[in-house]
Design a protein around this ligand. Structure first.
Ligand code: UDP
Length: 318
């Protein structure tokens, strides 16, 4: 931690701060009294997500690819490493950038944290569990990943990111945290990022058929973004260096989810079936016992409530 005048605001750096989760984290940190510097190369992030912060004297945006050398001429207290594509269609479009940001980008971000003596938090993912053979997924589970499949670039980059984070913790004594983020939704998701929430909501709002992949029997558990950010903040402020799952354990099938969206939007849409993408995990649900115990955290926003806010956002976009 840098030497600071008593009462001075802590400084947070958020990589990927113009993205969906990075921008919500930025808002949260500003509300908590941090100065926030956002780094983003805008490959999947957007200035629209941070435009409302223009003119805020505690906020600064630097357009920067975090796989390049990072130089910042100010003290940093917290480094939140969120930069990464996060949608299966991005992994297909830009697999090399996905691998580079998870590996080289995490290396640079850790190097910066070590140099600044900042606390470091890695945004990892439930994808490190791959197509899980253990259900629900506990942090002890090592995963079942196809290294050479279409999602391998993301899954393996994040697995490498976890490994190098622990190496910096053990060798350089960086105070590191790892959050494994499960499916999260809310305002500021990219309309065309192909993930199930923007896809179904925009299809429903246009009264077009909802494209259910496979038979829709695969399961997911959806966490509202505000719940997730609260859990992640608690993790950074905690003393644990172990990975922690943050997500909503309320599990449902993709087909049931499609019907929930049709109901919540009041849409006339029907469901159509499309081929299941390769290596699509068949089931996913976080075991959040560790978060409950260590962080005293659990999600508060139910699917109905979260969908109302999300649908409101997408109504203005479609
Ligand atoms: N999915 C779907 N239709 C779509 C988009 C996604 O049925 O138009 C399914 C997808 O096959 C997966 C689930 O919804 O089983 C969640 O997909 P998403 O891309 O949101 O994230 P994932 O959890 O697979 O990383």
């Amino acid at each position: 931690m840098s030497l600071k005048k008593k009462g001075a605001k802590p400084t947070s750096v958020v990589t990927g701060g113009a993205g969906f989760l990075g921008s919500h984290l930025t808002d949260y940190l500003l509300a908590k009294g941090h100065k926030v510097v956002t780094l983003d190369n805008l490959v999947t992030g957007s200035v629209d997500n941070i435009a409302h912060l223009a003119g805020n004297k505690n906020f600064r945006f630097i357009e920067q690819d975090v796989t390049e050398f990072l130089f910042l001429d100010f003290d940093v207290d917290y480094l939140w490493h969120f930069a990464s594509p996060a949608s299966p269609i991005d992994y297909l479009d830009i697999p090399i950038q996905t691998l580079k940001v998870g590996s080289l980008g995490t290396h640079k971000a850790l190097g910066l944290a070590a140099h600044k003596k900042a606390k470091f938090l890695l945004a990892s993912t439930s994808e490190i569990y791959g197509d899980p053979l253990v259900h629900p997924q506990t942090e002890e589970y090592w995963g079942n990943v196809n290294t050479i499949g279409p999602r391998g670039c993301y899954d393996e980059a994040k697995r490498f990111a976890e490994a190098i984070t622990m190496a910096y913790h053990r060798e350089h004594k960086v105070d590191t945290k790892i959050v494994r983020i499960f499916n999260t939704y809310g305002p500021r998701m990219r309309l065309n990022d192909g993930r199930v929430v923007p896809a179904f909501v925009s299809q429903a709002l246009k009264n077009k058929p909802l494209t259910v992949f496979g038979e829709g029997k695969q399961t997911r558990s959806f966490c509202y973004c505000a719940d997730l950010i609260e859990g992640i903040y608690r993790l950074m402020m905690s003393s644990t260096n172990l990975p922690v799952n943050i997500g909503n354990p309320s599990e449902l099938t993709v087909l049931d989810f499609a019907h929930e969206i049709i109901k919540a939007t009041g849409s006339k849409s029907k469901v159509v079936y499309r081929p299941l993408p390769q290596d699509d995990p068949r089931q996913r649900k976080p075991d959040i016992s560790r978060a409950k115990k260590i962080l005293k955290w659990e999600p508060k926003v139910g699917l109905g409530e979260g969908l109302i806010k999300t649908i409101e956002y997408f109504r203005g976009k479609v």
